[in-house]
Each structure stands twice: as C-alpha cells, then as structure tokens.
Design a protein around this ligand. Sequence first.
Ligand SMILES: C[S@@+](CC[C@H](N)C(=O)[O-])C[C@H]1O[C@@H](n2cnc3c(N)ncnc32)[C@H](O)[C@@H]1O
Length: 246
Amino acid sequence: VVNGLQEKEQPPQSKPLFGMFNAIPRRYDLINKLVTLGLDKKWRDLAARECLGAGPRHVLDLGCGTGDLAINIIRRARNYVAVTGLDYSPAMLDIANAKAEEAVGRGKITFTHAEAASLPFKNEYFDTVGISFAFRNLTYRNPVVNFHLAEIHRVLARGGRLVVVESSQPQSGFIRWWYHLYLKAYVFPVGWLLSGNRGAYRYLTESASRFFSPDEVRDMLKATGFKEITYRPLLWGAVGLTVATK
Ligand SMILES: C[S@@+](CC[C@H](N)C(=O)[O-])C[C@H]1O[C@@H](n2cnc3c(N)ncnc32)[C@H](O)[C@@H]1O
C-alpha cells in the first residue's frame, strides 16, 4: 500500500470531521491559548525545533490549521527550507495564508488544500513531516487511519523524520483523572462557548480523553514501518512529543 498508493483507486476521505474544522477557525487560536494557558505555543516551539533537527530541505506541516507550526519552522530556520502547510479546511487555510503573509512574508510558505489520505506529493519528497495537534484527528477512530499513516510514510524520504506533538495519556492514574476532569469541566465549556460549536468541542475533548497511550502510538508507527521512535511527555504526559524515523 505504501508505495503503490497512487496506482490504486483513490482512498475514501475522512469527511466526518471536515464540517467541524471548517466551522470553528474564527476563534480557534484564542481557544487553544485559553485552554492550554498559552502552553500550546511552547509545545509547537519544541515541535518546530525537532522538525529542523536534521537540517531538512523540504518540510510538510500536515493538518496545518491556521499555520502556526509552519510559520514557526520558517522563523527558526537558519538555512533555506521549503515549508508546505496542508489542510483540508479552506477556512483554516484562509487564516493560515493571512497569518503567514504578515508573519514571514508572502509566498514563504506554500499552503495546499488537500486530504491527508491522498497527499498530492511525490514519493519521498519531504525530509520531515510535522504534525501538531492533528495526529489524533487522523488516527483516532478514523476509518481511513491506515491511508493517513501510509501516506505520511510514502511522502517521507528514507531517513526522514516524523514529528508529532499531540495530546496524550498521562501515565499516572491520579494525573490522568485530573486531566480528564479538566477536559470535561474546562476545555469543553470554554471551547463550546467561544466557538458556538458544541459538537466540535464535544468531539475534541472526548477524543482527547480516550486517545491512545504513548505505547499504542509507538506500536501504530512501528507497524507503519517507522523506527527509532522516541517519546517525550510534556505537562505530566497530558501532551507528548513523538519523533520517528523512516
Ligand atoms: C486540531 S487542528 C490542528 C491545527 C494546527 N496544526 C495547530 O497546531 O493548531 C487539526 C487540523 O487538521 C486538519 N485535518 C484533520 N483531518 C484532516 C485530513 N484528513 N486531511 C487534511 N487535514 C485534516 C483540520 O482541518 C484542522 O485544521
């Protein structure tokens, strides 16, 4: 499946979440900042640093949303690096384009409107694929999870890195209990009230509290063909930074 994807019939698209991501972008950044107390910026900083770790020439920010990881990578890069941001939500991409133009200048980042299950790129084109807070959407109870993983693997060069920053499951049962309470009693109402979209924030908080453990993510990546998988817990494991090599 990995390399033959283009020759086979087009995969199904993971449409169920699409309407939701096209409906919430207006206050998306503000809500993220409020529910993480501003820590989301720090977590993307760490991910951007990892994305640049092996001196890549081509980097993909997959599920780029409003473009923060892509912008962060361009700002940080010491040498030339071509950054592409991809998302299937035109509303998110509109914001990403405007933000990037202001932050780093017009045309510095290429934003692409596409579905992660059929990436419009050649095999092994990217040296790094970075995913900030979209990996859960691509994998958790997603009927086309295998297409998403196979596509990430296909577009990565041999030796290329996958960098994922995503919500995770704290190891300690005590912390996990508090974290799930915080999702239910704080993130859900704040997200719902500010976005006006109850369903979106119910999905986002429920999927976060049931999302895979670090070991389950590791197994999933191993089964896709990744190796040298490292995991770093952040905020007592409520969030995690995973780096894997093709
Ligand atoms: C929770 S947001 C994260 C956005 C951004 N990376 C960030 O750090 O804030 C998830 C993003 O992934 C995008 N997304 C989810 N599933 C996708 C898919 N199958 N194909 C392309 N984009 C997808 C959504 O439109 C949304 O912008």
